[in-house]
Design a protein around this ligand. Structure first.
Ligand code: ADP
Ligand code: ASP
Ligand code: MG
Length: 445
């Protein structure tokens, strides 16, 4: 069985939804995971923000706008009045739910319920489209099998037990449709896998059923060597190893949710990134194979904070780093980059929830400096340390940019560089000209 995930743009208009319906209309068994239509989750976030501020009239206005948008979608999506009416009735229930959340005492509980409506709407409408087109399929509720635990990590044991049980109820079905992004938490409440989480849903589902392949269908022809939103002349990479792809996703390549590679890697399931608008393009295949050498791609992650701890007590002392790391462990805050000198250690974090507590504990060790609004530029490839010319090119390209920290040699496939976010675009563009223009570009399919 294969898992096919279609993102927001892929289901973002009646034309695109119909294209997806024809793409999946093949006899091989599959689970199709859908995101919300593009723009919907952002609108739902906006509605929630207004409700937090008790701006109820504004929230109701936004709900009404969204309802009108969906009515137009329905008009373009179905051929018959019968199915147009069925779809209008279906969305009516969801918009009534949204309006019922417009009340005082708005909390994260209500917010999560609101955020889940996007995927519930897209999958319900898509299922009706398949029904009208006489394509047999079953709508499988993700809220029944997708679960996170008390640490907000996927409850993979539960998913691996529940999902096959749900599938087994339909022994004659080859096509299942389900929602990405949404799940239940350890209290049984509606929750989600964070923004962009439909990719994560797809890989968790793939791992739970030992799928033969996970396909992520989106609006671009695979993982590009650089961020196409910032840099011109980027190109798709035909093959990446799980480690390379995980690194790029974690360090900001928006095409994949940061955690979505790991479940596939653990089960050795190939992940293919494909373009709904150009289905014949080769895309990117992510697998256990390591291929090629040197730098393949770069990504950037914003919102980074650097912390420098200076202490003369560190000189020749052992156990110092352990005590520093324990502070971060205590506050469940993970560290991305680290560099040390004889009397100081600098490290970066992206979760600043407990920053004040962390700083006050670190002050016991020496002076503490904090720097915000930084970005990690992460270069990913294979056997980087064996290709010294590439490293020279990297630093030549960045010669006009102040570099705050450099991490090299931590693994064979990564160099990370910390810069002020105001230099990020300049750095990505400079690297494209200085490093990738010299790399042989893969031929297009
Ligand atoms: P979906 O809604 O299908 O999940 P996303 O918007 O989440 O799509 O991800 C696809 C987008 O990711 C692309 O349109 C592109 O702008 C952006 N992106 C950022 N970095 C990369 C990269 N290195 N390779 C490809 N796409 C990237
Ligand atoms: N709809 C969710 C979002 O916009 C999940 C996803 O698209 O992956 O973040
Ligand atoms: Mg996405």
């Amino acid at each position: 069985m294969k898992v096919l995930k279609f993102g927001g743009t892929s289901v973002g208009s009646p034309t695109n939804m119909k294209m997806v319906a024809s793409l999946i209309n093949t006899p091989d068994p599959k689970i199709v995971v859908l995101s919300a239509m593009s723009g919907t989750t952002n609108k739902l976030v906006q509605i929630s923000e207004n409700l937090y501020k008790a701006k109820q009239t504004e929230a109701l206005g936004l709900i009404e706008d969204l309802h009108q948008t969906y009515k137009q979608v329905i008009d373009g999506l179905y051929a018959t009045d019968n199915y147009k009416q069925k779809a209008l009735d279906y969305i009516q229930g969801h918009f009534e739910f949204l309006k019922a959340q417009v009340k005082n005492n708005f909390s994260t509980h209500e917010e999560r319920g609101i955020l889940a409506q996007g995927e519930l709407l897209s999958t319900g409408l898509f299922q009706l489209l398949l029904e009208e087109s006489n394509i047999p399929s079953v709508l499988l509720p993700a809220l029944n099998f997708m679960k996170i635990d008390e640490n907000e990590e996927p409850d993979t044991a539960f998913i691996a037990k529940q999902l096959p049980a749900d599938l087994a109820q339909y022994s004659n079905t080859n096509l299942f449709i389900t929602q990405g992004y949404i799940c239940r938490n350890s209290f049984g409440e509606i929750d989600n896998l964070k923004r962009g989480g439909s990719d994560y849903s797809a890989s968790l589902i793939g791992a739970a059923i030992n799928a033969s392949e996970i396909q992520i269908w989106t609006d671009i022809d695979g993982m590009h060597n650089n961020d196409p939103r910032i840099v011109k002349k980027t190109y798709p990479i035909a093959e990446l190893s799980f480690d390379e792809a995980a690194e790029l996703a974690y360090f900001g390549a928006k095409i994949l949710h940061p955690s979505s590679v790991l479940p596939a890697k653990q089960k050795n399931i190939p992940v293919r990134l494909l373009n709904t608008m150009q289905p014949e393009a080769r895309g990117t295949t992510i697998s256990a194979r390591t291929s090629g050498s040197s730098i393949k791609a770069v990504a950037a992650k914003d919102g980074i904070t650097a912390i420098k701890i200076k202490s003369t007590r560190m000189l020749l002392a052992y156990g110092f780093l352990r005590r520093i790391f324990e502070v971060f462990e205590e506050y469940k805050t993970s560290i991305d980059m680290i560099t040390t000198s004889e009397v100081a250690v600098s490290l970066t974090i992206d979760n600043t929830r407990f920053i004040n507590e962390i700083i006050s504990e670190l002050k016991e060790f020496g002076t503490v400096e904090v720097d915000q609004d930084l970005s990690i530029i992460c270069l990913v490839g294979d056997s980087i340390e064996e290709t010294s010319g590439t490293v020279v090119n990297i630093f030549k390209s960045l010669q006009n940019i102040p570099l705050r920290m450099i991490s090299y040699g931590g693994s064979r496939n990564n160099i990370s560089i910390l810069v002020n976010t105001s230099y990020k675009n300049q750095a990505l563009i400079a690297l494209n000209d200085g490093v990738f223009a010299k790399t042989e570009q893969p031929a297009h399919a």
